[in-house]
Write a new protein. Structure first.
Length: 82
């Protein structure tokens, strides 16, 4: 993950893809799905922009943590970007 985060933030900053310097937060979360769920994952990705008009990514992330019964400490959950 360190390599992915390092290379992706360098790419984002080298190409000025955000108005401010981009940096990843510490840590990361990963959720996996099985082969039988691929169509649902594709659909989710295609409709993600519209979906996040109704539910923020943070809200959805917390929902995933609860759904997968993952214990977490609120102080380590990222803040919404303004």
């Amino acid at each position: 993950m360190q390599s992915v985060k390092g290379k992706s933030s360098k790419y984002i900053n080298d190409h000025s893809l955000t108005p401010h310097r981009f940096e990843w937060q510490e840590g990361y979360g990963v959720f996996s799905y099985g082969q039988s769920q691929i169509d649902s994952v594709y659909k989710y990705i295609q409709e993600q922009e519209e979906h996040h008009k109704k539910q923020t990514f943070r809200e959805e992330y917390l929902e995933f943590l609860q759904k997968f019964k993952i214990e977490y400490d609120e102080q380590y959950i990222f803040k919404e970007l303004i």
